[in-house]
Design a protein around this ligand. Sequence first.
Ligand code: ARG
Length: 458
Amino acid sequence: MKLWGGRFEKTTDAMVEDFHSSIRFDQRLYKQDILGSIAHARMLGSVGVISEEEANHLMAGLTEILDDIQAGKVEFEIGAEDIHMNVEKLLTERIGPVGKKLHTGRSRNDQVALDLRLYLREEIDHTKNLVEQLLQTLLQLAEEHLETWMPGYTHLQKAQPITLAHHLMAYVQMFLRDLGRLKDTRKRLNSSPLGSGAMAGTTFPLDREKVAAELGFDGVTLNSLDGVSDRDFALEFLAAASILMMHLSRMCEELVLWSSGEFRFISMDDGYSTGSSIMPQKKNPDVAELVRGKTGRVYGDLVALLTVMKGLPLAYNKDMQEDKEQVFDAVDTIQKCLLVVEPMLRTMQVHRDTMAWGAKGGFTNATDLADYLAKKGVPFREAHELVGRIVLHCSKQGIGLEELSLSDYQELSPIFEDDLFEAIGIEHCVRARKIAGGPSPETVAEGIRVSREVLNDL
Ligand code: ARG
């Protein structure tokens, strides 16, 4: 017999039973579901909708079910549809008819909205911790590499010299913003929908605030239709997760490039690399590649839920049952990726010499030569033109700007003096960029200090 079986004359088709049942995946919400029910039962007792004694029975039964599920002693039933009805059915089987009072003034519509909010709130906190650990590792690495010179790129062509610390600190800024987005999402989701009922609230004098407080919410949702049909909080999480994955993916893409024989900037630790079944020499950066690949899943989860929601009339529609697998998949994926990326970064070997050597080639000091002229009064556009011609000349000779003689320079422009060589020395090019946000070791050290503060406040 179904919990909603009264108005039906025939049983559900077996295929439909299987098709619409969500217990296979929403059993993951058992803890949130039961804690929500305990708070609801306590409140029903305290406002006198049921007796205190009945409330105590319900709460004791629910607590026992929670323990048994945690101990792996409960088998869920497909026929009982979802976690909400499985728990209610178990409760009535165990404590008798009083179990049937639990659902007074409540609907599965506000119940499921509650469960998912509670679940995501916890997972957001866990995800935030993982991002924080990643940030600590990046900050630590940045501190170690304040003077590890490397080429910076635009269009993947060498651009200007920077340091590894500066490069890593770019990711620190991204992940700090990701943390901020997770924090915002958590703040907005933290209102209790219980009391919205199916969609029009209830005539029972429920104490919504009491339930909300017991469950750690900041308050209650303000419209019963919205309370049951809002999935913004899940979408916000998926959007924040997608952006975070995009950042992880860009970083991993660079690690893949850097560990190639062509770059040789880093070597991955053996523990975070894998081999080939045919090519004995291979050591592949699979972990970084997989993180890059898994980013697609999380985008898919976001787009899937946006698409589910876009055409739904108010209030609850069964389509919304499709929210959970997307959210679970995104949570699992993002947490696994964050977990594995942190030690992968921490254990990788940085080849400082190759990086420093790379910082030198490719005329990465050409801007500094133009700036040198501009500082001596040559309009920057003219300086750019002249240096462009010098680069062309040097590249035909196969030499760097620092290898051209002073007399050659002076033939091109009398403004050149022998201090030009200091101005275009790679280290100098980096050290002189003391501008806020720039790559000089002291600026980056200050950036690390400020970022640590931001992290502590988040
Ligand atoms: N399993 C459902 C879900 O995940 C719970 C809500 C069902 N409500 C209903 N009226 N059928 O969305």
